[in-house]
Design a protein around this ligand. Sequence first.
Ligand code: DGY
Length: 329
Amino acid sequence: MTRQRVLCSAALPGGALERLAAAHDVTVGEPPTGLGRDAIAARIAPFDALLTLLSDRVDAELLARAPRLRVIANYAVGTDNLDLEACAARGVTVTNTPGVLTDATADLALALMLDACRRVSESDRLARAGAWRGWAPGEMLGVRATGATLGLVGFGRIGQAVARRARGFDMRIVYCQRRRADPAVERAHEATFAPLDELLAASDIVSLHCPLTPETRGLLSRERLARMKRGSVLVNTARGACVDARALAEAVRSGHLAGAGLDVYTAEPAIEPELRAEPRIVLSTHIGSADGPTRAKMADMCVDALLAALGGGDVPHRVGPLPSPSPPG
Ligand code: DGY
């Protein structure tokens, strides 16, 4: 096989990149957080393949500077950082990492849920500050998680994995998504379908598991947050842009919501000061997929896809519209 040139936005955990480097010439970006859109655009011209992080935006303008580019492997399941139509129009195959991070993300959703309900991080800060005055019957009272009604917005792989875990807490599962799930899936999770507004009004905890699309951008708007049950909790491990962050901070400050657990933000790594100021909002740093084995498997999936695409084989985990047979010049 002829060696081809691959630009990898950042070093990846595990040994996958060594496998890739055995077959192709791999250039790895220096910053651990990835090269970013502009540095990729400046360097992409001689490369046949690109491995992107979710923080690397790929748009039509970048693609126009990439005459040799045939494949992009996105080191994430979400592909909202990529213009899939533009990739298809230029004949660039796109792949992602579905399935492998389902459990890790569901684990984190539960961690944020329990933390936001039971004020673990807040209590930790109190302890570290030396400000704990001692056990008191009325102190640090939280939301009861056991037996809560859990509203899942998005009921795909990750939403269902959250439902499985939540059943261990005797939670009642309500879900919404564009298309109603198969009756067998509903039965397996004892889950009830409800339109979004009904779900918001009925749930003690709402957890987002939808992709970021034009339909879900701003889905939890100020108006929708106002429809959530008083004293309920919001968890977001999906994408920050699905929620109006300032309206969420206000809803928590006013006591309309008891708290929130967030892993994702609209303009990462920036986090809205209003969210940071709110002690009842638990903040993590987009660590949904961040357990060691998961991140190594994501790297393996990207490398498998790149090797297949560059070797002319069947490419696993393709996403978006298929590339047109003759890309524009
Ligand atoms: C993804 O893969 O889209 C996740 O957000 C990574 O944590």
